[in-house]
Design a protein around this ligand. Structure first.
Ligand code: DC
Length: 228
């Protein structure tokens, strides 16, 4: 079977990462959480007090940043910033509050898109984000666009935060998701859009297992039928 690129885009907390991770495991593909890359850059900017409105300072900082991924002993991909594991740090609410602004900076996007394309050179990759099917891999063999009701997404994100010992009230989670959806969809550079050739999956009423099965089914179809 040929190796393909699977691009999964959609709003925040639609289950993109969970789906992408499991699909990658089943297919033996490499999983890349592109949001984690923008989050890692945000951690660096916050830690080094980078003035995000100063393009020179941003460009200088980007030269110092290396984001990579390693697979842990449990088989999960974790994000590293300059060699340090930042998987826990990048999921904090403070990072969520800043990441949309950081990811809207064109120099940041250019650096991340270049790194993402390198990771996809050999195919056999599942990448999730906002612009994967539209900008990073416009020729991806399979493009998916996930959606879900805001409240369902907020509950899921709140539970995730709780699992990481961060208790955030539902209103704050809803506010953050709303704000990021709006910001990510309206920004000038690479806004979140559904590509014409992306298949939309509404995850509101389906389980993760059902989502995963559907994506694996679609992917297998593309892997055995080149050109379709
Ligand atoms: O998937 P996530 O919620 O962890 O992503 C965090 C932020 O990063 C999201 O609000 C928008 C930005 N992002 C982006 O602009 N482009 C991507 N390909 C992935 C994420």
């Amino acid at each position: 079977m040929r190796k393909i690129i699977i691009a999964i885009d959609g709003y925040s907390a639609c289950g993109k990462s969970t789906t992408a991770k499991e699909v990658a495991q089943i297919l033996g593909y490499f999983y890349v959480d592109s949001g984690a890359m923008y989050r890692a850059v945000t951690v660096y900017f916050l830690e080094h007090h980078i003035a995000i409105t100063n393009p020179k300072e941003v460009a200088r900082a980007l030269k110092e940043i290396n984001v990579s991924f390693k697979i842990n002993p449990q088989g999960n991909t974790e994000a590293y910033l300059n060699g340090l594991n930042v998987e826990k740090q990048i999921r904090k609410m403070q990072v969520s509050e800043w990441v949309s602004q950081v990811s809207a900076i064109k120099e940041v996007r250019a650096a991340m898109v270049e790194a993402q394309r390198k990771m996809g050179k050999k195919k056999g990759i599942v990448m999730d984000g906002r612009d994967i099917g539209s900008v990073v891999f416009p020729d991806a063999e399979l493009k998916l666009f996930l959606t879900a009701d805001l409240l369902v997404r907020a509950f899921r994100r709140q539970r995730e935060l709780l699992e990481r010992d961060e208790l955030v009230d539902l209103d704050s989670v809803i506010g953050n998701l709303r704000q990021r959806d709006e910001f990510d969809s309206k920004r000038k550079v690479s806004p979140l859009v559904k590509s014409k050739d992306a298949i939309e999956i509404d995850t509101t009423h389906i389980t993760i297992d059902e989502q995963v099965d559907e994506v694996v089914r679609l992917a297998t179809g593309k892997m055995v039928r080149p050109g379709r």
